[in-house]
Every structure is written in structure tokens, then in C-alpha cells.
Design a protein around this ligand. Sequence first.
Ligand SMILES: [Zn+2]
Length: 376
Amino acid sequence: MALEPEGNNRLLQDVLARPGNETCADCGNPEPDWASLTLGVFVCQACSLLHRSIPHISRVKSVQDTWDASDVELMAATGNSAAKAKYEQKVPAFYYRPIHPDCKMLREQWIRAKYERNEFEFIEKQEPYSAGYREGFLWKRGRDNGQFLSRKFILSEREGALKYFNKQDARDPKAVMKIETLNATFQPAKIGNPCGLQITYLKDNSTRNIFVYHSDAKEMVDWFNAIRAARFHYLQVAFPGASDEELVPKLTRNFMKEGFMEKTGPKHTEGFKKRWFTMDDRRLMYFKDPLDAYARGEVFIGSKENSYTVLSGLPSSTQGYHWNHGITIVTPDRKFLFACETEAEQRDWISAFQRVINRPMRPQEYAVEAHFKHKP
Ligand SMILES: [Zn+2]
């Protein structure tokens, strides 16, 4: 005997309560309230919107809608765990799995890679980021003029480097970025392009930024995962015996916090200047413009055991006009004074600083600290 619609929806709630269905199949967001009837997965609302962009693959429906018995049975027969076993059976360890706060492009490409391109069922489809070599053209922001120009890039695991060339027939690369110090993070808002990728590397222990994009989102995500693969293979050699779980979080880093603050110089009498700050783990860098190629300066933030402290407010002797919400970072060498425009910004920055200060320093971080101490 067929149940009333309310009965079907109660049954659907039972299916939703099964292990694996308590988080979105695609981004891990808790309590998914949409379902793909064709794929048999439960997803969050944000991911359901991305499923709508592949209507030939996925047909979505809210769990609040009226369900008939056959659709409930269909969901009961698959569900997130079974779908994961099928669509994610061969995801490489280095491959980036987006989470809910990631940019839309990354989340959409993850969904398309899984369900539309079936990249993780057939390893031959992973060649663009698994071959250890990749070349192609990317739009790169000019260092000084801010114009995006098409440049040839080569990523070579054998050479341990990402290179780019200014002229198509140039023999020598314009820059060689060692995989050892390379980081890549999607920054669509900052770069002003949905596929905007920030690549950061160290040269002579100073941070350099380049900003690139590709008009094809798949190409850009392939570049990103190729960089992660190169980092993974580099770290496997550098840290023999380390597990995948230890290495994977080190492949690429998102910045802990970015935004404008005001700062003073070492004498604290020069007046406050507005700068763009980026906190990359223990490196607090500042730039005149968010898209500058080089940091104007960097502050290393160690741990509390090594005499680093963050305080709310500024010393009473502080002079000059500045934003209202002060922060003082005390290092073994000097005090750094910052001012935030709002209390919320001040709170966010302090908690970001606190997170690294509360974490003991790793051996290799002492070498970084030593470098900063010897800076004039
Ligand atoms: Zn989701």
C-alpha cells in the first residue's frame, strides 16, 4: 500500500540520518537539504546550485519538497557513501578536495570532475596533473603595469621548478620558481577573475607573488593540482617515511587572514600608513597594493615560548592619527604597532596572530626566524 506523501518524507528523513548522508557529498557542509535524484547524493544548497549547471548529469530536488516512494527508494539505494565509493574511487592523494568556504570555481570543478568527467574512475583522465610535466599559456599580471599578458608556463618535476617565459621564442625563462618554496592559492576576489590564482614563492628568502588565470576553469584547476602533485612528490623525497596525511596539508596553504591595516615604522614616530597585510602561516607580509609583486616588509611571528606576544591596543605613548582599534605585537627585538578600521577586523587579526603564537615552533622555523632577526 502506498504511503501518504508525509510518510514518504518521514522515510526520506530516515535515509538522511544514515551514516555518510549527514554531510554534503561534495563540500562536507553539515545537514545537506538537497538531493540529486540522478546521482543519489545529498548535497547542501550551495552545491545543489552547481549541480543545476550540469542538468544532463544531475537533477536536484529539495528534501522539503513532496517526495514519492520511488524517489525515496532511489536515494535509499545509493546515498553519499556508495556514491563516494564510485565517483571518488581513484582520487589522487594530492588532489585538492574543496570545502564549503572555497571559491565557487573550485567547488564547481570538483563536482564536474567527479560526475561529469568521471576523472576519478579512470586514471588516464588524470594525466593533466599526474604526468610530472605540464606546459601551457596563462594570463599573467604584469609586475608593474597591472596588465594581464599571455605567458608560457612550464612545470617540471624533474627540474623541481615552475618557470615562465616572457617571449614565445625566449630560451631563458623570466623566472624559475622552485617547487620547494612554491605556494598556490585561489584568490578570485583579489585578482578580479573567477579563476584567479596567486602563486607565491621565495627568492633569497623574500616573498614574491605572481597572479595568473586561465579562461577555462578546468585548465586552471589542472594547473593547481599539477602544482600540488609536484609539491607532494617533492615532499615525499624531502621527508622520507612521512605519511600522506602528514604531507597533504603542506601541499598548498590558504592565507590565515588578509586585509588592510595601518602600521608605523620602527621608531613609531613616522605616522601610520595604510598597507595590505597577508598572514601566511608565521609570515606577516605587507604590501602597498594587494597585487604587488614583492612584499614591502615582513614580520616573523614566533611562539609564546620564544617571547612573542600579541596585545589588544597600542602603547599610551603612541602619537599621530590612526584607526581606532590597535594591535601591538611584541617580538624579542621590537614592538610592531598596527591599527584596524573596525573592532571585528581587530578581533580577527588578533585571533590569527594568537593561533601561531600558541603553536610551538618547528625546528625549520628557527632558521626563518634567524633570517628575519638579521634583517636591518
Ligand atoms: Zn556542499
